[in-house]
Design a protein. Structure first.
Length: 317
């Protein structure tokens, strides 16, 4: 019961991320869906991950509350009596009474006996009502965050579908016009990072459309801006605009935490194809080496969302 109260409090009323119980349960469920996806079974199942994560979190809270109050009333043999005969309720009836009172004040088939039992019944009903209210309040921002996540991915995809396409667009359009297209992306990415910290279930809102898959789009944008920021002298005047977006992406992957974007044990991803593009390859290589920790986190984030690094670069190998 206390575990449920603490988990609900951490998840819905703080910006520290999900509670340990609900987060652990949703992570296990996502790992199972991801394993099936990688084996080629039920490929569309990942797109249901967000809804399943929310439903599982609510279910865990209800079960914890029901079990907690059930244990309280199970330990008080005379606390619940039959509503018509006044005879003490048996163990199963007391458990039924505890679970039923989480959502209503009962239908009169059983009632509390004594002041202590009456106070506990009121407390059980209040905890159930408060938990449901907080859960419903929690759903609104989560759904809104899922929509914002896809909208941001779609906005980034307009720059190009792969790092090479984004780099080519930057070279064709010139530094100034291209940098103007990046305006607003940094704050939008930072806002999404804070939403992911406050509502960790957003990690499981998988999009089957690569154009709307935020992990793919962020990784591709990061790779492209690294090249433009390091490999072109004519883009140095707007390098601060590039750095602002790069730093926003770095903050985003750190906000996801080690479970969603942990770079330890992850190989550094391959570089995008730059053949035919006029850039300083040595400086690009140096910049890529300096950004290796973030690039590994990005690869982990992409794979955690059910994609591969080849989906980022456009290389199917």
């Amino acid at each position: 019961m206390l575990a449920a109260a603490w988990d609900v409090f951490i998840t819905t009323l703080t910006l520290r991320g999900g509670g340990p119980v609900a987060s652990g349960a949703t992570r296990l469920a996502w790992n199972g869906l991801l394993a099936l996806h990688r084996r080629g079974h039920w490929l569309g199942l990942l797109s249901l991950g967000g809804g399943l994560a929310v439903a599982l979190s609510l279910g865990v809270w209800v079960i914890l509350l029901a079990v907690g109050w059930g244990m309280v009333f199970a330990g008080l043999p005379g606390a619940v009596v039959d509503g018509s005969s006044g005879a003490p309720a048996d163990l199963l009836s007391r458990l039924y009474f505890a679970g039923f009172n989480l959502f209503t004040l009962g239908v009169g088939d059983f009632r509390p006996s004594g002041t202590l039992a009456q106070a506990l019944t009121v407390a059980a009903s209040a905890s159930g009502l408060l938990g449901i209210t907080l859960a419903i309040t929690y759903l609104g921002p989560v759904v809104s965050g899922g929509v914002s996540r896809r909208a941001l991915a779609g906005e980034i995809s307009l720059l190009g579908q792969t790092p090479r396409e984004i780099i080519a667009a930057g070279l064709d359009q010139g530094a100034g016009p291209f940098a103007s297209r990046l305006q607003g992306l940094g704050p939008a990415i930072l806002e999404m990072a804070e939403k992911h910290l406050a509502y960790p279930v957003l990690d499981y809102f998988h999009s089957p459309d690569p154009r709307l898959a935020l992990p793919l789009r962020l990784a591709g944008l990061y790779e492209a801006l690294l090249v433009l920021a390091c490999g072109r002298d004519d883009h140095t005047k707007v390098v601060r605009d590039y750095q602002a977006v790069l730093e926003a992406i770095e903050i985003y992957v750190r906000r996801l935490g080690p479970h969603a974007a942990g770079g330890k044990g992850v190989a550094e991803p391959s570089a995008p194809d730059l053949d035919g593009l006029t850039v300083d390859h040595e400086r690009v290589r140096a910049g890529r080496n300096a950004a290796a920790p973030t690039r590994r986190r990005l690869r982990a984030m992409v794979e955690r969302d059910g994609w591969t690094w080849g989906d980022v670069t456009g290389d199917p190998r």
